[in-house]
Ligand binder design. Structure first.
Ligand code: GN1
Ligand code: MG
Length: 379
């Protein structure tokens, strides 16, 4: 949907929610690969801003359940924040507020064939597509840790599985096999390179699911998409103050989140880079992200959780590459693309990142052991 001619339609959709005042402006927001997002500015003193989003129904087949999860998490987090959170001290922390529609009294409206929702904008904050300092990396990690901490006592059984198979790597492999069997050639040189890359890691793909099935890792509520630009940083202090993009909150393994956060933070060129040769996993940033995360999360991590940190970062980078590559072969039906070959390029970036993680395994494992020992000594 382009803005301009549709501005009036968007304003009418936003006005279906219980806004505090008349709408002053609307503009497209962010660069999500799945949903459409718009910033809505409302009159008032002070001006208030909101995020209007159209959920991608091809991806989220049951958007009402996505909203039910969002409401359940918001209620839980609000109660925890109201009760006081020692971890946060004086630090500002916000959770996006979901607005109800005036007529229906529901947290969504259906208009123009779309499923729309409106949430509060986290004011005086911004997000970054790539990490640009050690402090920022630490803050992103701490932000994810705070989020996990705040939902760690929410029973996962109370959340719906809104995206079955999300981050279950063997399922992505099955889908990849089905797409390949369906006939696309995938025979260009870069495609052959990707195919070989996937083949070499076929057995590895089940590492986290096997740990879950054997009871070493257990399901917990997760964010699902805690990449660097979903962590909002307070403008004045540079500190993490909110996690946004809560569509994928559902039961899962926290390792998916940790891996996703690390694969996005430690790739300094960002996931859209065309400079493949220079893609690498920055272990110094990994140290910062992990120590920030552990400062908030060490209280609920088990020995098995620590044992699976390295494979989590390797796996989620590989998995995202596999998802991009499969979508390229399938004709770009899932991730939004700007040009032919876009998803192939994204896949190559993630595979390059995976290789860089693999090449630095000893260093990364040593780093995890060191952080773990430091935490054990202060207990
Ligand atoms: C998608 O739309 P966006 O950018 O928030 C995807 C994530 C990927 C990410 C890669 C529901 O998220 O899993 O990590 O692209 N979300 C879904 O940029 O598939
Ligand atoms: Mg997302």
């Amino acid at each position: 949907m382009t803005l301009g001619d549709t501005n009036g339609e968007l304003a009418a959709i936003a006005a279906a929610f219980e806004l505090p005042g008349p709408i002053l402006g609307l503009e497209r927001l962010g660069n999500g690969n799945v949903n459409d997002s718009f910033l809505v500015v409302c009159d008032g003193a002070p001006l208030q801003r909101f995020v209007l989003q159209r959920l991608n129904r091809t991806v989220f087949a049951q958007p009402e359940l996505v909203m039910a999860n969002m409401m359940a998490v918001a209620e839980h987090v609000e109660a925890r924040l109201n009760g006081g959170c020692a971890l946060l001290g004086e630090r500002r922390w916000e959770h996006p507020r979901v607005l109800l529609s005036g007529a229906e009294g529901r947290p969504w409206v259906e208009r123009n064939g779309g499923f729309w929702r409106l949430i509060s904008y986290i004011e005086s904050s911004r997000s970054f597509d790539v990490v640009d300092s050690a402090e920022q990396a630490r803050e992103v990690g701490f932000g994810l840790g705070v989020f996990h901490h705040l939902i760690s006592d929410l029973p996962p059984a109370g959340l719906a599985d809104t995206l079955e198979g999300f981050h279950v790597t063997p399922r992505y492999l099955q889908h990849y096999d089905a797409v390949l069997a369906g006939g696309p050639d995938g025979a260009e040189s870069e495609e052959l390179q990707c195919r070989a890359f996937v083949e070499e890691r076929r057995d590895f793909a089940s590492v986290l699911e096997a740990a879950r099935e054997s009871g070493q890792l257990r399901l917990r509520p997760i964010h699902g998409d805690p990449k660097v630009n979903n962590v909002m940083m307070e403008v004045c202090s540079g500190r993490a103050c909110a996690l946004v993009d809560l569509d994928t909150v559902k039961p899962g393994l926290i390792h998916y989140d940790i891996g996703d956060c690390l694969r996005s933070c430690c790739n300094s060129l960002g996931e859209e880079t065309g400079d493949l040769e220079s893609v690498c996993f920055d272990v110094d940033l990994c140290r910062e992200v992990l120590s920030g995360y552990l400062a908030a999360a060490s209280g609920f991590l088990t020995a098995a959780d620590y044992d699976h940190l390295y494979v989590a970062m390797r796996l989620i980078s590989f998995e995202l590459g596999l998802r991009f590559f499969t979508d390229h072969l399938a004709g770009n039906v899932y991730f939004r693309t700007d040009r032919p070959g876009h998803n192939l390029q994204r896949a190559l970036v993630q595979f390059r990142l995976t290789e860089s993680i693999e090449a630095q395994e000893t260093r990364i494992q040593d780093l995890i052991a060191e952080l773990r020992a430091d935490l054990a000594s202060v207990r």
